[in-house]
Design a protein around this ligand. Structure first.
Ligand code: PXP
Length: 248
């Protein structure tokens, strides 16, 4: 299979986390998004959480109005978020599980266990023209359910792989990576576009970027942290270089 260019979606949620720590207007996540765009991001990802802990409604409005690259709107499968997505009509919607008490999106969405409701839930989003993605574990049943409900994309959760690497559990890391690789191929064989994200860093990105079926990586926390040292542009360019290198 030809390895097409891999897209990088930059998640700017944690610029808003820093802003909200003081409750004011700076640093502005929309300014960061425009800088990311200039540095080579192929898209901007933002998660409007139910508790508005980082991105706020006004940020989404401004991102939708001001970006030149596609906006990937991450959201829980609630009526409130569906109404916002139908009004904004972002290029892409990524449906994620959300629990108020979690620090970040901890697991994948249970599409197989909630298939009929999610099929109904995403239908109007598809009709409105958004490319719908399901954020799931690299699990056969979840992938097959995502295909059945008509999702265009699955985003595979790389958190377990990245945590295992960071904690030196290399056997588990390699097993997670093998599962991600196998399930990327399976999802692709069902006609789904394959994306991945969560917890990716300079140390963990290359093996995932090398999967021939992979079309997009969404990366946030590490890049925003690295921007403290390298600047946002430098941080993104280095990630892009590693991704391109892995594609050979
Ligand atoms: N993809 C999805 C669906 C996510 O929920 C997140 C975290 O918001 C990311 C990618 C980016 O993860 P990270 O910030 O750890 O790079």
């Amino acid at each position: 299979m030809a390895t097409e260019r891999l897209r990088l979606g930059v998640n700017i949620d944690h610029v808003a986390t820093v802003r909200n720590a003081r409750g004011g207007a700076v640093p502005d996540p929309v300014r960061a998004a425009k800088l990311a765009e200039a540095a080579g991001a192929d898209g901007i990802t933002a998660h409007l959480r139910e508790d508005r802990r980082h991105i706020r409604d006004g940020d989404i409005e401004r991102l939708a109005a001001e970006l030149s690259v596609p906006l990937n709107f991450e959201m829980a499968a609630t009526a409130e978020m569906q109404a916002i997505a139908l009004r904004i009509r972002p290029h892409a919607v990524c449906v994620v599980p959300e629990r108020r008490e979690e620090r970040t999106t901890e697991g994948g969405l249970d599409v197989a266990g909630d298939e009929a409701r999610l099929a109904d839930y995403i239908a109007p989003l598809r009709e409105a023209g958004s490319r719908v993605s399901m954020f799931i574990a690299a699990d056969r049943a979840q992938i097959e359910a995502s295909a059945r409900i008509g999702a265009a994309v699955v985003e595979l959760h790389t958190g377990g792989y990245c945590d295992a690497h960071a904690e030196g559990r290399f056997g588990e890391r390699d097993a997670e990576l093998a599962r991600l690789r196998e399930m990327s191929a399976h999802a692709h064989s069902l006609g789904l576009e394959v994306h991945a994200g969560h917890g990716l860093t300079y140390d963990t990105v290359a093996p995932v970027a090398a999967f021939p079926e992979m079309r997009e990586l969404n990366i946030g926390h590490f890049l925003i942290g690295e921007a403290i040292f390298l600047g946002l542009e430098g941080a993104i360019r280095e990630m892009r270089r590693l991704m391109d290198g892995a594609r050979g």
